[in-house]
Ligand binder design. Structure first.
Ligand code: ATP
Length: 561
């Protein structure tokens, strides 16, 4: 909540103006009705014509001030809200950014979307319906009670009791009931499951599970609706009590006034005026009926949005020192995924000399991709160090690291748009000719203006892989980290592409994961991994001669071929 107040504080000037204008509008509304009441009573006594004329002029003045101040108050208060919302979005986006590579290990995409769209949106009510109404009501009531004191202490007391009930007693009681409900949490659960349902719809249909999933979605929707229903029931109660107290207070003012008139303590001329003052001033307290609900909702939205703040991030304030080439070293590296019971990489030490080529092989799940992501600085080691030319990358800003590295992961993301836009991701200023050349090198005969659907849905597995290789052909890096770049290709395309790639990567330090063991004779170093450990390191010839794990795997591959 403190963060929200801090973010809103940036708009303090406009917020103050809108509260001032709101108070002015509320006060002139009270004055308008007070004057009307007084005028009606006065008119009954047949006063001189000029008295009516003066009173009517005041009525017109109050009416004009009320409408214009209300108009400007609306303009400014909405400006405050939208500017604060944009600050809030920016703030949470900045908080989110450093967590991005690992974010989806911890949070589901539907949940993140619910937080950054729905929860941020819920905060638009914070100023308009939580901060603003109590301030305006306080000003209006202070002035009204002070004004009433000139006529009767009892009438002022009736107003004071009424406003205390509306602004303190009712909200406090209802807030206790509201804390039981969590509409945002239920909405997030529904949106998380719905996002997954759409993403996996094809598989659900194929396995005849769409109906089951649909039923569980319906259950979530029902829970969400019930929570909304309970929440709105509290809101309706709040509005009813608010209106009841307002009417009762106005009645109390009328009754007290009538009694005081009968005892001669109050001039009857003011009775209608004071009753109308009470009725109108409680009108400015109507929005208070929604304050507990919106306060509770804003509180919950902030709690859901501050989920990342609690996790301190390492400070990365160094840049990678620029060099002609890089030797990569890994020292006693241990890595455990968050909340995993055992480390996935166990005490790994390796050297990748500058300009050398290394292929990492090993059984599925042995930790190859994890090691590559660590080398790329996408995840941080649990312990141990990763050095680029002796420089520890734990405090190096990712951008400076990624300027020197060309990375291809097992799967790349393709954005909805054109082939050109998807390629430009790797080299924003590349000319059409350069983009075309990259496509040719990647053996991908696609038009630059051809459409790409979300996640590359209209591309085959091999085409996706070649499109991401085309991105690599547009880059000039000194370290290349490639995770199985040819898995979805036929042998002929793989052969042609791999010789193109070899030429392109020439001179850089290349580390590539592969499941194919044949054809590695020219590679400088082969690393064999098993269960998160390095089992063997050496050239093809050395490993074959050793007749260890690599040799066994090669034998099996040869038998299968
Ligand atoms: N984000 C993650 N969160 C938790 N565990 C993970 C995560 N990614 C991978 N793992 C686990 O870490 C282990 C190593 O995974 P990794 O992807 O590094 O293996 P790999 O050798 O590259 O496998 P493959 O050859 O099948 O791609 C696996 O047991 C996997 O279940």
């Amino acid at each position: 909540m403190q963060t929200l107040i801090d973010l809103l504080w940036h708009e303090k000037r406009d917020a103050l103006y809108s509260v001032g204008l709101g108070a002015l509008s509320g006060l002139t509304a009270v004055a308008l009705f007070a004057m009307s009441g007084y005028m009606i009573s006065k008119a009954a006594l047949a006063p001189p014509f000029y008295t009516i004329l003066i009173l009517t002029s005041f009525l017109k003045l109050f009416g004009a001030v009320k409408s214009s101040s209300r108009y400007f108050e609306r303009v400014i208060s909405h400006r405050v809200t939208f500017q604060a919302l944009s600050r809030i979005r920016l703030h949470f986006f900045e908080q989110l950014q450093p967590h991005v590579p690992q974010l989806f290990s911890k949070y589901r995409s539907g949940d993140l979307l619910a937080r950054f769209v729905g929860d941020v949106e819920a905060l638009q009510n914070f100023f308009l319906r939580v901060v603003y109404p109590p301030l305006v009501t306080a000003v209006v009531f202070l002035a009204t009670i002070f004004f009433s004191l000139f006529f009767s202490v009892w009438i002022a007391l009736a107003l004071l009791i009424g406003i205390l009930l509306v602004s303190v007693v009712i909200p406090v009681i209802l807030s206790k009931r509201l804390t039981k409900y969590d509409v945002l949490e239920k909405r997030a659960a529904l949106s998380t499951e719905t996002a997954e349902y759409f993403a996996g719809y094809r598989d659900l249909r194929l396995h005849q599970q769409a109906k089951n999933k649909q039923q569980s979605l319906e259950r979530l929707q029902h829970m969400y609706e019930q929570e909304q229903h309970r929440n709105s029931r509290v809101q309706v109660w709040s509005q009813t009590l608010n209106a009841g107290v307002a009417s009762f207070s106005a009645f109390a003012v009328l009754a007290a006034g009538a009694y005081l008139v009968s005892t001669g303590e109050l001039n009857g001329l003011y009775l209608a005026m004071l009753t109308l003052v009470a009725l109108t001033s409680f009108e400015s307290a109507i929005p208070l009926a929604n304050t507990p609900t919106y306060f509770h909702e804003s509180n919950q939205a902030m709690e859901r949005l501050e989920f990342l703040d609690k996790e301190p991030l390492p400070i990365k304030d160094h840049s990678l020192l620029v060099a002609e080439s890089y030797t990569l070293m890994v020292n006693q590296l241990i890595y455990s995924y968050p909340e995993a019971l055992r480390p996935v990489l166990n005490n790994i030490s390796l050297t990748f000399p500058a300009g050398s080529s290394t292929v990492i092989v090993g059984a599925s799940g042995s930790g190859k991709s994890t090691l590559l992501q660590l080398l790329a600085g996408m995840i941080m080691p649990t312990s141990g160090e990763i050095l680029y030319n002796g420089q520890d990358i734990s405090n190096v800003q990712e951008e400076s690291l990624w300027q020197q590295t060309g990375i291809q992961l097992q799967s790349s993301h393709f954005f909805y748009g054109t082939v050109r836009e998807n390629l430009a991701l790797a080299h924003a200023s590349a000319t059409d000719e350069e983009l075309q050349q990259a496509l040719e090198k990647a053996q991908l005969p696609l038009d630059l203006d051809a459409s790409v659907f979300e996640r590359g849905e209209n591309l085959s597995g091999g085409e996706k892989q070649r499109l991401s290789l085309a991105r690599l052909f547009l880059q000039r890096a000194k370290v290349w980290l490639l995770d199985e770049p040819f898995t979805s290709m036929d042998s002929f395309t793989e052969e042609r592409l791999s010789s193109e790639l070899k030429q392109h990567l020439n001179g850089g330090t290349v580390i590539m994961i592969s499941h194919k063991l044949n054809g590695l004779e020219e590679v400088d170093q082969i690393v064999v991994m098993d269960h998160g450990e390095i089992k063997e390191v050496g050239s093809f010839e050395e490993l074959v001669a050793r007749q260890g794990l690599f040799y066994e795997m090669l034998e099996i591959e040869n038998q299968i071929v």
